[in-house]
Design a binder for this molecule. Structure first.
Ligand code: ASP
Length: 302
């Protein structure tokens, strides 16, 4: 699809390889020099139906740095919920006001996609249930590319609750697009065997995997989406927590990423914060510029 005809970003695997390249080169340019107000007079509305610190702030900063007009809505502001208006009609009203961009987070999978069908502008999915979180996936890929140059043939482990993680689903799609090998590591209840397909392996024991990988992406257990824990927390910690002993099994130049928020003592312990390959700060930093690049591409095209 030609870049200028893309209206919305719902998932990372919607993006053609040239679009990924374009987003990453704009990200790099924006990090080098703060751009002109490329979204001046562009109205962006951020609608977050789930709490968010990182993603919400990051989108806000991205919009402000591009000079956009920004309005933030949370469910308590959504008068249609109590006045009987459907979300579709609310979205039509926003279009009529000249709103150009809707950034949407919602607990229901595919909700942003539904909105995009009714909205005469650009929708960016900021996380929908366990389905997708494309801008987090993009910033993770960008962070890996900063160190590795190319992801072709690199082996990346994603560890933990893959099943309920929209981040994992988006980043897996992106890693495969960039020709990395992916190893998913976790117990069956978090990493179903069916996830193993071309280029994606499933492993149950973290210790065996660590020496061979170039990067480890840790995940939080998504308790808000679990009815029961498929593994006792003590067992999870014993088998999967990244700690000093497990860090010593990694290659010396391996990277460790986490989308945040991280739970100290569960998927990692404090020794990870002293590991030279820990890239959490870089992920957060690149998040703002990646989101600037996405917004700029959607609104201004090539
Ligand atoms: N912040 C990410 C998300 O919204 C990851 C997480 O919550 O664990 O999905």
């Amino acid at each position: 699809m030609p870049l200028r005809t893309r209206r919305s970003l719902i998932d990372l695997d919607d993006l053609a390889i040239e679009e990924l390249d374009e987003i990453f080169s704009r990200t790099a340019a924006f990090e080098e020099r703060r751009p002109e107000p490329r979204l001046a007079h562009t109205a962006c509305v951020n609608i977050f139906f789930e709490p968010s610190t990182r993603t919400f702030t990051s989108f806000n900063l991205a919009q402000l740095r591009l000079g956009a007009d920004v309005v933030n809505l949370t469910p308590t502001d959504m008068s249609y919920l109590t006045k009987g208006e459907s979300i579709e009609d609310t979205v039509l009203t926003l279009s009529a006001m000249g709103v150009a961009v809707l950034v949407v987070r919602h607990p229901v999978e595919h909700y942003p996609e539904q909105l995009a069908k009714h909205f005469d502008g650009h929708v960016v999915n900021a996380g929908d249930g366990a389905h997708a979180h494309p801008t987090q996936g993009l910033l993770d890929l960008y962070t890996l590319l900063q160190d590795f140059g190319s992801l072709h043939g690199r082996c990346i482990a994603i560890v933990g609750d893959v099943l309920h993680s929209r981040v994992a689903h988006s980043v897996m799609a992106g890693l495969r697009r960039l020709e990395s090998d992916v190893v998913l590591v976790g117990p069956n209840g978090f990493v179903p065997s069916e996830y193993a397909t071309g280029g994606v392996r499933v492993e149950r024991e973290l210790d065996a995997v660590l020496p061979e990988v170039d990067a480890v992406m840790l995940l939080r257990i998504q308790r808000e989406r679990l009815t029961t824990m498929p593994i006792a927390q003590d067992d999870y910690v014993a088998r999967y927590r990244l700690d000093a002993r497990r860090l010593s099994l990694l290659k010396s130049d391996a990277l460790v990423l986490h989308p945040g928020p991280y739970n100290r003592g569960v998927e990692l312990d404090d020794s990870v914060f002293r590991f030279p390959g820990w890239r959490y700060r870089q992920q957060v930093l690149h998040g703002v510029s990646v989101r600037m690049a996405v917004l700029d591409l959607l609104v201004n095209g090539t």
